[in-house]
Design a protein around this ligand. Structure first.
Ligand code: ACO
Length: 339
């Protein structure tokens, strides 16, 4: 029995915002593309609900997995921007998904949150405490963006992605492995505080740290499984910046065709970025029915993590909603007490 990814899904807000939007704060398409590779991002409306997006992504992942909501034992949502202070997003996603008997909680590890949550899901399955775990990454970074600060505003976007992790028999030949870490001495490099509430960042130093930490963790994981980067079928790093992702790929020796990039279309969506990229990769036919995935994340804290895990996915879309977009299935009543 081995834990593997058996379903992936994603959802984006309808509003796509091109780089030209930032001319008003002294930036340009040329600067943004050259320094980051970003061409557009999606913004959730100010009165939008992140739970809707998380739910849409989770529904797609669950449909793809062929599991029912009742089979889901745990729902973990990685987020730093939930709709409410309490409760978190996960309980609402679980209830509206129909996984109303599942344990449900939010996990906050900034942009490394999805990798942390995936490691947790694998540990639950390996320990026998769960057989099917839904892991979602969902962010509305626009809520903590200083929209007048060109050094951060151009980088960030909103979105959600989800995966279903389940035990497979027979499972993939490679057992999952993860390496996580943190260094709270580096909080000043990237933080949003209680009163200011907006993300403040030392961009160049974050760049250096992100490349070093993600590469180091990924190297450790590969060594632990006696693998090289060439054994990984697709490598999805946190989509902070195309230069960061390419630098990590180069450090590790990942062949360029196995290094996935979608930051051009969605910008940095923090803990949503890896599952969002994974679903887009699947839709583009970049994932075969089975393979080995490498992931690496890095974020405020600083926190970081990397892992390898096999996937087993259907060849064809099993009737999940059409093009990526904010999709609420018919008849969804919305959140309790919200409308
Ligand atoms: N448009 C135009 N000019 C800009 C912009 C902008 N959006 N932002 C900064 N500049 C200017 C600066 O003011 C500076 O001008 P100066 O030379 O006259 O002083 C110049 O561009 C160079 O600025 P740097 O910060 O040195 O540029 P750098 O090449 O380092 O690129 C960047 C900046 C893109 C932010 C890079 O450092 C980076 O990607 N860092 C990592 C960012 C990241 O991914 N953070 C994580 C995000 S937060 C999270 O994940 C939740």
């Amino acid at each position: 029995m081995t834990a593997a990814i058996v379903g992936v899904g994603s959802a984006l807000p309808e509003r796509a915002v091109p780089n030209s939007h930032f001319a008003a704060i002294g930036s340009s398409d040329e600067w943004i593309v050259k320094r980051t590779g970003i061409r557009q991002r999606h913004f959730l409306p100010e009165d939008g609900h992140l739970a809707d997006l998380a739910l849409a992504a989770s529904r797609i992942a669950l449909a793809q997995s062929g599991r029912t909501a009742r089979e889901v034992g745990h729902v973990v949502v990685a987020t730093t921007t939930p709709d409410r202070t309490t409760p978190g997003l996960a309980v609402e996603v679980a209830a509206r998904l129909g996984a109303d008997r599942a344990a449900a909680f939010d996990l906050h590890a900034a942009c490394a949150g999805f990798v942390y949550a995936l490691d947790h899901a694998v540990a639950l399955i390996e320990s026998g405490r769960a057989r099917t775990v839904l892991v979602c990454g969902a962010e509305a970074l626009t809520r903590i963006t200083d929209h007048q600060d060109r050094s951060t505003a151009v980088l960030l976007g909103d979105g959600a992605g989800a995966v279903v992790v389940a035990d497979l028999e027979p499972g993939p030949s490679v057992e999952p492995a993860f390496r996580l870490g943190s260094d709270g001495d580096l909080i000043p490099l990237l933080h949003a505080d209680r009163y200011d509430r907006k993300l403040r960042m030392d961009g160049p130093e974050i760049f250096v740290q992100a490349v070093e930490r993600m590469s180091e963790a990924a190297r450790d994981v590969l060594a632990r499984r006696e693998l090289t980067a060439e054994d990984v079928d697709l490598f999805v790093a946190h989509q902070a910046n195309a230069r960061i992702v390419r630098a990590v790929g180069k450090e590790l020796g990942v062949p360029p065709e196995r290094l996935y990039l979608n930051v051009d279309r969605v910008a940095n969506t923090s803990s949503a970025s890896i599952p969002l990229a994974l679903h887009q990769a699947w839709r583009e036919g970049r994932l075969g029915p089975a393979g080995l995935l490498g992931v690496a994340g890095f974020g405020a804290g600083v926190t970081w993590g990397a892992g390898v895990i096999g996937w087993h996915l259907p060849d064809e879309d099993p009737g999940a909603p059409g093009p990526i977009g904010w999709h609420l299935p018919d008849g969804d009543p919305g959140a309790p007490g919200r409308r």
